[in-house]
Write a protein that binds this ligand. Structure first.
Ligand code: SF4
Length: 342
């Protein structure tokens, strides 16, 4: 993980002068900056973590290379809007697959045409949907990768929609042939298409997502609307200025507030820059992939957000996420916020 400031502490520890160095660093950085501390004493790690919790900073990563330890912490809280809390388990995310027709430079799970597919599979989706019905799930979100690469995407979505209102996240570039036919069979009153569109004009969108993608996504949006689907537009942006520009576009297009998502690039997956978020920053939203149950969709391929490899019984997977959240809550300086992916 790239840092804004690097601090080499050599053999220093908290009992031999590290604290004044950290205080000096905090005077030089801005909230949200990442600081990398590199040292020769691995034992500093637990104390550094305690110090981070005590001072309201967040330890994001620990690595060891060539006998030296490197810890990256973020200064201060995550600058995202605190929204109303959602009880854990009301939202359920399914990563149906990890391959994608695009290769966006900020993809939080490193999807691409060559990424291993890691498909959840229709049988598992159907079992999850059945068990979710008993667990008070209010919304299901289907994402990937690109779900419309799946031949049976129609059946996958229909199974989910039978349990709860379902949103499918898509780049809308594959609504042709058999995929378009799948769309036609889906219940319009139970399924929302959340379509990724990063900017009002092609430049920025294509810069991150590839040449020509903006125009094809716009065609997809048009098709989805013509078929009577509710479409939610979701932008991933780098700056407040980009967010504001997109907001103006949505105003001009008269897009309702509930059909807009504007979120910052998260420093996960393929992203080289973005908002660094750790488990402690995120209110969990149970997220299931072929590899197991994760804390939140924004890091559904990252070991630090894996809760358990066991998906079934689903009630136990939900309980595991709740227990993990309670454990996080025991750290009184925890600052979990909702990071809206939908
Ligand atoms: S961000 Fe979405 S569209 Fe882009 S590579 Fe990742 S999954 Fe595919």
């Amino acid at each position: 993980m790239k840092a804004d400031l690097d601090l080499d502490i050599g053999r220093k520890t908290f009992s031999s002068g590290l604290l004044p160095e950290l205080i000096a660093v905090l005077r030089r950085v801005r909230p949200g900056d990442l600081v990398a501390v590199v040292g020769d004493e691995e034992s500093v790690g637990p104390e550094l973590e305690t110090w981070c919790r005590f001072t309201g900073n967040t330890l994001l990563e620990t690595t060891v290379a060539n006998g030296r330890s490197r810890w990256v912490f973020r200064c201060g809280t995550v600058p995202v809007s605190p929204l109303d809390n959602r009880p854990v388990g009301t939202r359920l995310w399914l990563y149906t697959n990890f391959h994608c027709n695009l290769c966006c430079d900020y993809c939080c799970v490193r999807s691409s045409p060559t990424a291993p597919r890691r498909e959840l599979g229709l049988d598992r989706v159907q079992r999850i949907a059945r068990e979710a019905a008993e667990l008070g799930v209010k919304e299901i979100f289907v994402t990937g990768g690109e779900p419309f690469l799946l031949e049976n995407v129609g059946e996958v979505l229909a199974s989910c929609a039978a349990t709860a209102p379902t949103t499918v996240l898509t780049n809308a570039m594959l609504f042709t042939g058999r995929r378009a036919e799948s769309l036609q069979t889906l219940p319009r009153d139970r399924i929302v298409l959340q379509i990724s569109l990063d900017s009002a004009t092609p430049e920025l969108h294509d810069l991150h997502r590839g040449p020509g993608s903006w125009a094809r996504t716009l065609e997809g949006i048009q098709k989805a609307r013509e078929q009577g689907f509710r479409v939610r537009l979701a932008a991933t942006v780098s700056t407040d200025a980009e967010a504001e520009e997109f907001r103006q576009f949505l105003d001009e297009e008269k897009i309702a507030a509930e059909d807009r998502v504007i979120r910052r690039i998260a420093l996960r997956g393929s992203a080289a820059t973005g908002l660094a978020v750790s488990r402690a920053d995120l209110v969990p939203e149970v997220t299931i992939t072929a590899d197991g149950v994760y804390w939140h969709p924004v890091g559904a391929a990252d070991a630090d957000l894996l809760v358990t490899r066991d998906i079934f019984p689903l009630s136990e997977a939900f309980a595991a996420v709740r227990r993990a959240f309670e454990r996080e809550g025991e750290h009184t300086h925890k600052l979990a916020r909702i990071f809206n992916c939908a």
